[in-house]
Design a protein around this ligand. Structure first.
Ligand code: AMP
Length: 397
């Protein structure tokens, strides 16, 4: 049977999922973490128990060898499974790509140009593409961008107040997590079409966190900007920051660009504020003042951004939570939504604790939802459509 493989390649991990091409039924989902150090494979094959195993560190030391291990797992689980397309999560599609593309040599070279815009993600995403081209030479490789969903932002929400030449060369507010927002938007349309057609804010709260203002199914604003550093504080990323702080770190403290990058991406956010962990579960259980204040700051910034998005949208019809924190941390949801009665937003405590799909009260004018995100399914769906379109246009040529 023909399948679609989705890949999300990071610096030391690859997340993957396998779907049947026609039905998009999920067959396998898993990840290899610790590539190059202590590689570990965990995977859930449909209708079977979860597999977890240590891999040989000397053998799994790059994306290519990790993909070989994934290929072995697929062949062991489904003999004869043919991978017709590989859909890649590519974090940056630059100013032009508003939809997925088939990757060829020319478009690959174009995507390499965006490496400076997403130095911590793009090189690894692309090395995943190279590894997949070698492992699945017959499969069509498709790039699905985290930026695409936001490409229609109005100009005022796409630019910074810098000299215009910088905008022209690509210094723009791109916004990220687009595959998650696209999936949630489609799911909301199924669940509550009237609300989906209105004014919606989606809060993707995970280790990476952002919010998206959506009007009539279209993104009109994102808390993330030029890079995935902006907006909400995250597990280890700082979120919105006065650029003067960066100047101070350089001029007064003599930090290099690499040191500042490390500070802002890896030592800040919940981890930096708490001095303890980037993991919300650890912070909720820690009971220290610093952990509590890190959570306070996280909640405060979400509420602040929600207010800004309500202003952009001229109101609110639905608020959606997703991501590891958004889907699981009822206390965070409760605190984010507290005192928004003036907006017509009220949670139902018991529904919220039980993590039901609709967690707002009957009298709440704004409906509040929990919709578990599924970026892999979105990638598979794009890959299926894009591969079919490529076959049609090849046949017509
Ligand atoms: P993600 O990046 O979407 O996988 O989300 C990871 C974040 O979700 C981490 O900060 C986890 O601590 C958090 N998380 C997962 N489950 C829970 C839970 N039950 N309660 C609080 N936070 C959670």
């Amino acid at each position: 049977m023909t399948h679609i493989l989705t890949l999300n390649a990071g610096s030391s991990s690859i997340k993957f999922a396998l779907f049947e091409a026609e039905s998009l039924n999920e067959r396998v989902r898993g990840q290899i973490e610790g590539i190059g150090t202590t590689p570990r494979l965990s995977a859930k094959v449909a209708d079977a128990d979860k597999t977890e195993k240590e891999l040989d560190g000397s053998e799994i030391d790059n994306h290519a060898s990790a993909l070989a291990a994934i290929l072995t797992l697929i062949n062991e689980s489904f003999s004869g499974a043919q991978v017709a397309a590989v859909g890649h999560r590519i974090v940056h599609g630059g100013p032009d790509y508003a939809s997925p593309i088939v990757i060829d040599d020319e478009s690959f070279a174009g995507l390499e140009k965006f490496i400076p815009l997403a130095p911590l993600h793009q090189p690894h995403n692309l090395s995943g593409v190279r590894a997949a081209q070698a492992a699945f030479p017959e499969a069509v490789q498709i790039a699905c961008f985290d930026t695409s969903f936001h490409r229609q932002h109005p100009w005022v929400n796409d630019t910074y107040a810098l000299p215009l030449a910088l905008y022209e060369e690509g210094v723009r507010r791109y916004g990220f997590h687009g595959l998650s927002y696209e999936y949630v938007t489609r799911a909301l349309k199924e669940l509550a079409p009237m609300h989906a057609a209105g004014r919606v804010v989606v809060s993707h709260l995970g280790n990476g966190a952002s919010m998206c203002a959506i009007q009539g199914g279209q993104s009109v604003g994102s808390t993330m900007g030029f890079t995935a550093l902006d907006g909400l504080p995250m597990g280890t990323r700082c979120g919105q920051l006065d650029p003067g702080v960066v100047l101070y770190l350089m001029a007064a403290k003599g930090l290099s660009a690499t040191e500042i990058e490390n500070l802002l991406y890896k030592q800040s956010g919940l981890k930096g504020l708490s001095g303890l962990s980037n993991d919300m579960r650890v912070l909720e259980e820690a009971g220290t003042i610093e952990a509590q204040r890190a959570i306070d700051y996280f909640v405060f910034r979400i509420r602040r951004e929600l207010g800004a998005m309500v202003a952009i949208l001229s109101g609110l019809d639905a608020l959606v939570f997703c991501g590891g924190i958004g889907e699981n941390a009822w206390g965070i949801r409760e605190r984010v939504c507290r005192d928004f009665g003036w907006l017509g937003l009220e949670l139902e405590g018991s529904r919220n604790r039980a993590a039901e799909t609709v967690i707002s009260s009957e009298r709440s004018r704004v409906r509040v939802f929990i919709i578990p995100t599924n970026e892999e399914l979105m990638i598979a769906s794009h890959a299926a459509e894009t591969a079919k379109a490529a076959v049609r246009s090849a046949a017509a040529a």
